[in-house]
Ligand binder design. Sequence first.
Ligand SMILES: [Zn+2]
Ligand SMILES: [Zn+2]
Length: 352
Amino acid sequence: MPRHDYYHILGVERSADAEAIKRAWRTVARQWHPDRNPDDPDAARRFKDAQEAWRTLSDPEKRQRYDQLGMLYTEDGRPPRPDEVSEVVGSLLGNLFKRRPARGRDLAARVDISLADVMKGATPSLSVTRKRVCNPCGGVGTLPENRRRCATCAGTGRSTRARLLRSACWHCNGRGWTAVQVCSACAGEGLCATPETLRVQVPPGVADGQKLRVGERGDEAPGATPGDLFVSVHIAPHPTLERRGDDLVLRVPVRFRELVLGARFELPSLDGPLAVALPPRAAAGHTASLTGRGLPRAQRSGRGDLHVSFELEVPTRLTEASEKALDSWFDALPPDAHPRRQRFDAAAKERP
Ligand SMILES: [Zn+2]
Ligand SMILES: [Zn+2]
């Protein structure tokens, strides 16, 4: 019994003439020939299927018998066994349910946004190529003028052969007609790849890598609901601000003098420049937390905080004059200028 539809195996229409079948057989045989696919069991199986399809479809008498019996056809003409009949019934019923997908395929895309977009939310535009129901053929895969009444079921679409099946005509799949030529716009698929531009709503506080669902903007499917589009959000790194959940961290390299004497800074934030004071004698790594200057909290009200971290930058280059000046500056310091170091030195001397 055929494992698959012989016409499908050779890739020809049911109405194909002997010449077209011969051409198709040569192409398929070349593709799956064992010499070209050594040690490939899948290719070997396909080649064997193609040989079987060719033996039957190239013989007018066998082909006629196959056209009438379909999956119940046997090459040697023996009647099918009961278990074979029930297998075919099972697969036909399966096909009835499988013929149309319930939904179109979901699609994936990505958008790139900035940290400022996370602050306010954004509606970036996005280009996707989605499959849409073919306009010329309405998703059927054949233009109306290229459909011929099915000879097997006389256009009823119902099986006439095997009474017990009482199911769709196997020749035309229950449509009552067969195609003599597939739709050229969609190559018979019923769907056409269509580029589209759409805008996506990115909510404030969105996380990096978060997937946003855009309902029914995936592939269409004839007679079914379109799939969904899943857009993953990528946030470009900000030149100065780092994100930590809803909070932001700003690392400011400060000079020794600024740490010792204090300084006022005008620092970048997502609300524009912020005046921040560094108090005199601050420790290296001193952090100022600005409440509510972080990112909006996703699905909650309020905002996170902005943590400004002042990090000491030691000079990497000194001139001879600056080195001397630094030396004399240290010499002029009172002895208790560095109390922690003083305590450490004392403890180390006591217990060497
Ligand atoms: Zn039919
Ligand atoms: Zn079409």
